[in-house]
Write a protein that binds this ligand. Structure first.
Ligand SMILES: [Zn+2]
Length: 690
């Protein structure tokens, strides 16, 4: 009986698929959802919400993707649970079976993050501390930690899942503004306008025209007015029984093999929407469940055109859909051995359990107890495992304790022993260059990112006298990472690329700059960890900027430009570090310009910071060209704190207080920040009499 139903469905679907691809591109039965093939161009990374198979492909020619995800911390307990299961199998094209890890930072071991990354798995975020409705510090903090501590390249950290799946509009806006590519937090059930039937579920989509899902059935609100270009939703497809009753979206109770098999069959014989196997490793520690998941992978992988993939693999395919036959010939990111992770020891360091010894990160090695002392008993490293499990034996001929056969023969040279003889993974072709010379740093594009920067920066710009003190390792140009939690920047790049560019400008590489290149005005905003009373803002730009503005305050609206003006119409010299007096309090520090903004560094100094802690790179105070007075007849809000730009002679600032821009940001609501930037700058000038 069931096979007859399946057959009838397939016939029906085959008939449908004869329709022209464009006509059937969108089939969401919501009149207000305005996404169409005409206004949502795949070439611009847009993809409408739809249950129709992408690319006009017939379902039977479409890859059936299965995405395994794990949530929460990666620890020595949780990591092997997933890895041991997926490592048993390979895709039919020879690629490994990857997982996507939504990592919460608390309890996570960065070495294990590196290990799964080097296996081709996807690293995504799940906040710092697994809190409900996290703020930007929790969301972006996790991304920065994964980059700075676990050293996962920023451009590879694309995804987010909300703790407890509790999501809202603000969260998604934060994701989009901070360079994320996808969210995966919204439950999707059938029958609904987006998923009309069990075998016609919603495909992942971009939020260019809002979210048409039936969020009232799930764990948070969503709206058709949420226009978030570049951000995708990778739905949490519910597991539902034969009566359509929703069972769960994660960790299915009962027989999980049967649950996933049922959903797999529905998709595979239907529109081939991806299947989400969404689990927690902690839940899989029950061996019955682990066996059931293993059995499911073995079951599914035998079907033609089935591919286990990461979330990013699937989104890449949707952006450029090819038939399953073609796809089998390609190599998705998860299939390629990463070469873009940087390791202090020069190569991936597969940590061994270091009993009877001490772990040495730099040499990636376990130094065994008394290993190099011939007059003492102790332990030696097993050549097979690298662990210090072989006791030394006494040799009466040499009157010494020696390492037994089967151990790594090492000699003590007064320094740390050499790195382990076997290196599992390849190092980066080029390790980042850390400035060590006493000459001035030069500005160049990053060596970290494989993507070419669009910025043109003079290559031999030097910093004016006195010569800067070279940073001592570790370089301080990054100003201790967590002094900021988020960045945003205007420009022509997409959200993720802009975020990377922005991070380059304040990261630990002192020699990288980012270009905000909107045609009619630009901003760069730093979000501090908490509201901070500032003393100065340091800025290094790559080219002369005749007119810049700095805003500081508590509002993130309009990229911080609704905040009080801290410095007005300052001129900045290319290649020079400029110290700008800025005595306002706030969480958001924004620099805005009328033209291009090639930013190489920006740092807000708290008033509480000792003077001598000023960044060593700063040497120059750019001269103010004009002094200002409080304009007649204007009422300025924010009377505490100077709105000063301090000239090199120490004078020239105006002391009438911060000029608060109350109006002029109206255009922000229209989403046109270029016009809004202009309006704000105009208003600032008007208010302060420039
Ligand atoms: Zn969680």
């Amino acid at each position: 009986m069931r096979s007859l139903v399946t057959l009838l469905f397939l016939l029906a679907f085959t008939t449908r698929s004869g329709v022209d691809a464009l006509d059937r591109f969108v089939d969401v039965n919501i009149p207000q959802y305005n996404c169409t093939a005409n206004n949502c161009l795949g070439s611009e990374g847009c993809h409408c919400a739809s249950h129709i198979t992408p690319g006009g492909l017939r379902p039977k020619d479409t890859p059936q993707f299965i995405v395994i995800t794990n949530d929460d911390a990666i620890t020595v307990t949780t990591m092997p649970v997933i890895v041991n299961i997926v490592d048993k199998y390979a895709n039919r094209n020879g690629c490994p079976v990857p997982a996507t890890w939504y990592i919460s930072v608390n309890y996570t071991d960065p070495a294990l993050v590196q290990e799964v990354y080097m296996k081709g798995h996807e690293i995504a975020t799940h906040t710092m501390n697994h809190v409900t409705l996290p703020g930007i510090d929790e969301i972006v903090g996790a991304k920065l930690w994964l980059n700075q501590t676990a050293r996962v390249p920023l451009e590879k950290i694309k995804g987010f899942r909300a703790p407890f799946l509790v999501h809202n509009l603000e969260q998604r806006a934060m994701l989009q503004q901070n360079g994320f590519t996808f969210d995966s937090s919204i439950p999707e059930v059938y029958p609904t306008p987006t998923s009309p039937a069990a075998n016609q579920k919603l495909w992942p989509y971009s939020m260019n025209f809002g979210l048409p899902q039936s969020c009232h059935l799930g764990t948070g609100p969503c709206s058709l007015n949420e226009t978030l270009p570049g951000l995708w939703e990778f739905p949490m497809w519910a597991i539902q029984d034969d009566t359509n009753k929703v069972i769960t979206t994660m960790d299915p109770p009962g027989d999980l093999f049967e649950a996933y098999k049922r959903e797999f069959n529905r998709s595979y014989t239907g529109n081939r929407a991806p299947l989400g196997v969404y689990v927690h490793a902690a839940w899989l520690m029950d061996p019955t469940r682990a066996d059931a998941l293993t059995n499911f992978i073995r079951y599914a992988i035998q079907f033609e055109n089935v591919f286990f993939a990461t979330v990013s693999d699937v989104i890449s395919w949707i952006k450029n859909p090819v038939s399953a036959e073609e796809y089998a010939k390609t190599r998705p990111v998860s299939c390629m051995k990463p070469t873009d992770m940087w390791f202090p020891s020069g190569s991936f360091c597969k940590k061994v359990q270091c009993v009877n010894g001490n772990w040495t990160e730099a040499s990636c090695d376990c130094t065994c107890a008394a290993e190099f002392l011939s007059n003492q008993p102790g332990f030696c490293a097993d050549a097979k495992t690298g662990a210090c499990t072989l006791p030394k034996i006494f040799n009466p001929n040499t009157v010494a304790f020696e390492c037994p056969a089967g151990s790594i023969k090492r000699s003590y040279s007064g320094v740390a022993p050499a790195a382990a003889t076997t290196t599992t993974y390849v190092p980066l072709p080029t390790t980042p260059t850390i400035p060590t010379t006493t000459t001035s740093p030069t500005f160049a594009t990053s060596t970290l990112s494989p993507t070419n920067s669009t910025i043109t920066i003079p290559t031999n710009v030097t910093i004016v006298s006195p010569a800067p003190t070279p940073p001592t390792p570790p370089p301080q140009c990054g100003h201790q990472l967590m002094s900021y939690v988020a960045l945003s920047m205007s420009g022509s790049l997409d959200g993720a690329s802009k975020y990377i560019e922005a991070t380059k400008a304040v990261d630990s590489m002192c020699t990288t700059c980012a270009m905000a290149d909107s045609t009619s005005g630009n901003y760069f905003m730093v979000t501090l960890k908490e509201s901070t009373q500032l003393r100065e803002v340091y800025v290094v730009v790559g080219e002369d900027i005749p007119e810049a503005y700095i805003f500081v305050g508590e509002s993130s609206e309009m990229y911080g430009m609704k905040n009080p003006v801290c410095a007005n119409k300052i001129s900045l010299s290319g290649g020079k570090a400029s110290k700008v007096k800025c005595e306002l309090k706030g969480k958001y520090v924004t620099i805005a310009t009328r033209g291009m903004l090639p930013l190489c560094d920006m740092y807000a100094v708290p008033a509480s910071a000792p003077m001598e802690n000023a960044p060593t790179i700063i040497t120059n105070v750019a001269a103010a060209t004009t002094t200002t007075t409080k304009p007649e007849g204007e009422s300025l809000v924010g009377t505490t704190g100077g709105s000063n730009f301090q000239s090199s002679s120490g004078g020239g600032g105006f002391t009438s207080g911060g000029a608060y821009i109350q109006n002029g940001a109206d255009m922000a609501l229209s989403g046109d920040f270029n016009k809004a930037t202009q309006a704000l700058i105009d208003k600032a000038m008007q208010l302060t009499g420039w």
